[in-house]
Design a protein around this ligand. Sequence first.
Ligand code: FPP
Length: 220
Amino acid sequence: MHLAIIMDGNGRWAKKRGLKRVEGHKKGAEVVKEITAYCANSPEIKILTLYAFSTENWKRPKMETDFLMKLLENWLKKELETYIKNDVKFEVIGDISKFFPKLRKRIEYTKETTKNNKRLTQVLALNYGGRDEITRAVKKIIKKNEEITQENIQKNLDINEDVDLLIRTSGEIRVSNFLLWQIAYAEMFFTPTLWPDFTSRELEQILNNFKKRQRRFGGI
Ligand code: FPP
């Protein structure tokens, strides 16, 4: 199955504790590690897509966006071992062409080093927006002079696999431009837990609940 998560609430988690917002992101990165390890050990989860940075996040103060970029770079460096140990393949969706060259290199290196890993594919959505992804897909098709069909649009997206389960933390009940095409038939789950407080135990409960839901894909 393809599990997608909107990791929301880092800022509020930090504020509640009288900490700077960036402390929430740091704790959030630790949760990414725990949840990825859990998914790698779960035989049914094949893809885990995480919303780490949206096309709208550039509206934040430069200090915070710079921090997130640096955090990601250091994290990929530090966690490479874990990707290898847990047999996790690393991929990225979104337009990273405007990221610092050093971070882009680190992303490419991590992708290349983990490309044959099999247990889980962890996909980070970076400078990602669903509308942007669909628009880029259609542009690619036009450039290749191919036919515009649903199948062809799906084939030209950054990620082709439909989402089975979408989780959003922090109590907001919205999709915020995440995987708009791929969530067409996804089950959705919204939890009030802030991302830095999210645990593999809570994920397990959500997965158990998901298994009980009957998915009909438009049929009866
Ligand atoms: C949403 O919380 C979170 C983000 C915009 C960034 C997500 C980043 C991480 C979880 C850490 C870095 C990730 C990796 C893979 C190293 P928010 O800041 O919008 O929180 P708020 O809504 O409470 O302000």
